[in-house]
Structures are given as structure tokens and as C-alpha cells.
Design a protein around this ligand. Sequence first.
Ligand code: IVH
Length: 695
Amino acid sequence: MKPSAAERIAELRRQIAYHNYRYYTLDDPEISDAEYDRLMEELRALEAEHPELASPESPTQRVGAPPSGKFAKVRHAVPMLSLDNAFTAEDVAAFVERIRRFLRLDGEQLVFTAEPKIDGLSLSLRYERGELVCGATRGDGTQGEDVTANVRTLKDIPQKLTAHDVPEICEVRGEVYMTKSAFLELNRQQAAAGRPLFANPRNSAAGSLRQLDPNVTASRPLGFFAYGWGEMSRMPARTQSGMLEWFRSCGFRTNPLIRVCRSLDEMLAYHREMELQRGTLDYDIDGVVYKVDRIDWQERLGFVSRNPRWAVAHKFPAQKATTVVRAIEIQVGRTGALTPVAKLEPVTVGGVVVSNATLHNEDYIRALDVRIGDTVEIQRAGDVIPQVLRVVLERRPADARPFEFPKTCPCPLKTPVVRDVTNTGEQGAVARCSGEFACPHQKVEHLRHFVSRHAFDIEGLGEERIALFFERGWVKEPADIFTLAERNREIRLEEQPGFGAQSVRKLFDAIEARRTISLERFLYALGVRHVGETTARALARGYGSWPALRDACLAIARGDAEARQEMDALDQVGETVINSLAAYFGEKHNRAIVQRLEEQVRILDAEKPRTDSAIAGKTVVFTGTLNRLTREEAKALAERYGARVSGSVSKKTDYVVAGADAGSKLRKATELGVRVISEDEFLAMLPSGAHAGGE
Ligand code: IVH
């Protein structure tokens, strides 16, 4: 059936918006300029023929996408408002009473849903005829940012609504969040790659969603709970709880702790229960939300300024405390980043004794004007890292002086501190010691990283022991670990406190066992800035062997353009990583350290992608829900057999593997004439036995 003019116009606008994004923002166009012009021409012609369908939002009315670094703005069809807060049981009682009065309810029962208030960021998802067409952040409530491409990578967000009675227009709203464990893991990786840390799970969720490259969002574990709606062409339920059930039937997740309450007592009991459970949940909540269950009543109650009268957020008491700053210490990380830490008079916050709090960086100290001797308010942000919120100025000692951020590294070398420069040439927030390998702080942090769990992972040689060995001068660089046993005649480790003959033997056995190491671990262990585990894996796969990878790095460091181009062609590897590798291998000192280490260990070749399958060298896109494989497995299998897995369909795509409920990617494949195959067909293309029930 031929699409109507309105449908074709909508489709063209979507396609053009997508190509604008690829071109302007990602700098990675999928189609030629001529093809782009053809789409634009067709749209212009159709809009001229149907002036009633013209729109100021149409790409014909705008010049390209917004400049890189910003997202397009989206006007919310229904504003995204915020909730009024209640702090005490009395506040909640007054809220219930106000509603009773407003609705003139006498004996009639007033039912509420009680929901955890997720500490993430709200998102509005617009579906037209069941297809996801737009994902937008809240922004100022009226206008948000268009994060559609990123939203499509979230596993909790269906591309297509599957329920049988999906309204034509349907805006689902809810909260995007990152689990606490994922947040800690992400920060560990950020630290390992020398990137700045996120302050709490909410910031990292926001930062992950607002990425210019959707592949980055896809690599971050974000969850989504649906709890509300915006524009709906028809309401599929009459109550809040009915809507939640309907969201579930459409493939969304709703929070499992949501409960229906029939009295004030039940509401307050729920609040107490959630406060107790808070610490055991893997995501942050900062209160509970009560909502009138009947939607017709919600509509009658309406809004007061920017808050609904039918809902309130009952907050948990803040996990804050005040204490005194005894000192401000500067810690030096592996990459030389200087992090100021407030040493505090110990104080209990939310049941945990806190004696350190991060001050993040020089700018943060200056903005708060934290001084030694100050009384400060601190908070356990996201239940994880204590932060200094503000200074209680009335209690500032008369002799407190502004804190002078050191100009030199706290190490004995006193190397000058330099501020990072960002990609746009501005001064970054991170101050770094310029001493590199000469700085003992960085040396010991490098060693700690070298033996850490995802690097060499030597049993019995944890981060504390390696620091001790460094302090004693027994291990000055990684290669020394492997000559410890030989040198033990002089060191006599077994005579040191905390060591015995047996534990020393065990330690040496563990070191021996690690003399053979995988290429990706070896590379990650070197601790080159920006080379985290994922990047190390990509490089290992791309080059196959250490000599090949090392020679490429050395060539790039010498300015070999061809070698650089070759590395740039690898997935997951970009300018930043390449520059960082070039800087590392350009340094004589680093080359010597690596060479001495090479003499001690045997680096295994990486598992080379195989070339004996029908998919070797092909570009594959997975879409929809697969039956026999998880997405991760499917991707890994494809890569193992030599395919390139991409997140979006283009003319260069060889196969689209479509599972159940495949949406826009399938449509695009059909449009472009890309071959679409089923999961079974995909498996059949691999050599026999490749997937024998979960290889
Ligand atoms: S309902 C009209 N329910 O809290 C506003 N909000 O200040 C309707 N939030 O921006 C919001 N969990 O980001 C609602 N179960 C929940 C929520 C929730 C978290 C956030 C949301 C909103 C803010 C309200």
C-alpha cells in the first residue's frame, strides 16, 4: 500500500533528522550528499503540494542539525512538570486532606499508588502508531533535548509497543537510572582510563544518556522504569495502577515495589519500609511518590503552577551532617591527576562513619571557598561517595586562609602541576603532575593498577603489598615483580612481618603462573591513559599479536600516517586513544619499561577473528528480540567469525539479523534493499558447531 503524503512527510523528516545527526554531530554520514539532497528535495516538493502539512519543525525550515556538542531541542506536547515535596507525616496528611476537600469526597474511598522516587533523570518517549519516534530529556519542562538515537540503545525501552490496543499517539514517561554497582564499575573503568569520575549514579546516568555517540550510551548499563505519560490519543486504563500494568504489557519495566495504598497509615508505613530498604536496593531512591489512583480524579485535581495537585514526593531525610575540615590532602592518581580530599573530623552520616570527602578539583574548592578549619556540610551522594556541599560561614575561624592549590606535585620531585586542556582548547578541571614516570606517586599507582584484578591479577600481590614492595625499593617497575624470586636471597621476604616461608612460596608460584598473559590484559595493565579494558580488547583483536600492536604504536609515535589510519579504522578506537598511545610510546622511559617487561613475560596472541565463515568480513546489524542468543552472545559470535557488528543500518550493511518485534532498523533495511535474515539463518552461516547450545 502506498503511504499517504502525511506518512511519507513524517518518514522523510525522520530520515533527514537522522542523517543530520550522523553528518553534523557524529561526523560520520551514512549516505552521499546527493542522496541527502534527493530526500530533502522530495520533502520540499511534498510540503509545497500539501501546505497544510508544513511545520516550523521541518528540516526544510532549519539549517542542518545543531552544532556538534548540543542536541536538537524538542518541545514537549504535554509539559514535564515536577512534584511538590512533603517532608513530614503532617505534610502528607495535609496533602490527603486537601484532595478530599477539593474533590468533595465524603465517605468515598481515596486510593493512592505509592512508588519509590527514583533518583535518575526523567525521559519522555513518544510512540506514533506503536513505533518509537522520539526520546527527549525533561530540559526545562517545556523543551527538552532530543536523545532518540541514544534512547534506542537502552534494553528497557521497546522500539515498538506490542500490546494489541496501542493508541495512535502515546508518550510514555519514566526515569532513566544507573545501578549503584554499575556506577562503581564505570568509575573504576573511568579511573583506569584516566578519565574524570562521576560524582553519583544520577550524574553518570545523565552523562551516559547525553552522549553524542550512541555507541557510548549503548556501552553504559542504563535502566528505565516507566511511571507516567504525556500526550495520549486515547487512555488505555482508568487508573494509575492500570496504566502501570498496561506499560508492562507493552514491554516496559515498572518498579516492582510500587504498591496501592488505601489509607494515610498505609502510605506512611510504605514510606518507612522504603526508607529501611533503601540501602539494600541497587539503585538510588530519594523518597516515595504518592499519586491519586483514579485518572478522572487526577484530571479534576489538575495542577497548581508547575506541580500536580494529585501527587506529592515524600522525601527521605537527607543523609547530611556537619563536621570540621582538619586538612586538605592532595592525592595523586596513576595518570598524575591531583584530587583534593578533605580530611574530616569523623562524623556519622546515614549510619556510616565518614572521615574523608572528595573536593573533586581546584575549581570546586575555589567555588565553595573551603578552607582548613572550616565547618562544612557533607552529604553521602547517591549513598556512595561523601561530598562537601557547602561551608557554614558563621563558624569560620578568624584565621582561616583561602586554600592555595599546590603548584607542584606533593612528591619529593616537586614537579610542576599543569591543567588539562580539553578538546575545544579550554582549560580542563583536572590538574596533573607533569612528572609522568619519574613521579613516585604515579609509579606506585601504576604498579597498583598493574597488579589489579582486571590486569595481571596476581594472587597474594594486592594493591597494598605492591605499595609496600615499592616503598622498600624491591619493586620499582613491573618487570621487577618477575625477578623477585631470584632476588629473594638478598630480600629475604620470609623474614618480613606478615610473611612466612609458605606464603612467600605461594606468592612466587602465583607470579610464575602469571608469566604467561593474554594480550588484552597485558595492554590494559600498562595503564596507558584512555586505554581501558574495552579499548584494550579492541586493539588486541585488531592486531592479533603484541609485536604487531607494539610496532604499530611505535610507528604512530614516529608520525607514520598510514599506521595511524589503520588503527583509526578499528571499532572503539579513536583519536584520543591513538594520541594517548602515541604519547606513551613516544616516551623513551616508557619504551624501556615495556621492553624490560617483555623480557620477563610471554604475551599470548589474541584470538584472531576467524575467516572461514560465510560472515567473515561482512557488516552485520542485529535488531529485535532474538530467541536462541542474547544480543551480547550474538555480537560476540559474529565478531569471532570475522564480522563487523554495527548499531545502525546503512548501504554498507551486508545483513540485518531481525528477531521478534524488529522496528525501524528492519524498515530501513527493506528500504535500502539490505538482506534481512532470521536468527536461525544467521546461525546457519557460522561453521557447524559454532553455537552448540551456548559455546
Ligand atoms: S511522577 C508531574 N513518579 O521526580 C510530575 N516522578 O520532581 C510527575 N521521579 O521529574 C512525576 N520517580 O524525574 C514521578 N515514581 C515517580 C518518580 C518520579 C522519580 C522524578 C521525576 C520527576 C521528579 C519530580
